[in-house]
Design a protein around this ligand. Structure first.
Ligand code: FES
Length: 130
């Protein structure tokens, strides 16, 4: 194995993933290109827009600023996993009801961010976001 490639073991949305990847590959590219999880979007690639937001070991991260190899041994949750869990169904409905989507490109990241705020008690209650 060359210096440019690394073996990683990452739990993605509860499923174990073992892959040999380019050491310089970003997490968002890994999720999209290797795993086909295209709900995580790529926008600015500078950590500003939030379209690439995912959870790594429960912490919000910008997938464009993190290398996939940095997530070796970690648990990653994408919008697909969070949505399938039903955890944010009420937020998705609220976004839809309030037409909070605009073009929708960054919506997955906004939903993950909103869920994170709620889980941390950073807003008064779940009803405050509805
Ligand atoms: Fe914009 Fe990552 S693509 S923050």
């Amino acid at each position: 194995m060359g210096e440019r490639q690394r073996d990683v073991f990452i739990r993605v949305n509860g499923e174990e993933v073992r892959e040999r990847i380019e050491a310089r590959q970003t997490l968002v590219d890994f999720l999209r290109d290797h795993l086909g999880l295209t709900g995580t979007h790529i926008g600015c690639e500078q950590g500003v827009c939030g379209a690439c937001t995912v959870l790594v070991d429960g912490e919000v991260v910008r997938g464009c600023l993190v290398l996939a190899v940095q997530c070796d041994g970690a648990a990653v949750q994408t919008i697909e996993g969070i949505s399938d869990s039903g955890l944010i169904t009420d937020l998705q409905e609220a976004f839809h009801k309030r037409n909070a989507l605009q073009c929708g490109f960054c919506t997955p990241g906004m939903l993950i961010g909103a869920q994170d705020l709620l889980s941390r008690g950073s807003v008064p209650s779940r009803e405050a976001i509805r």
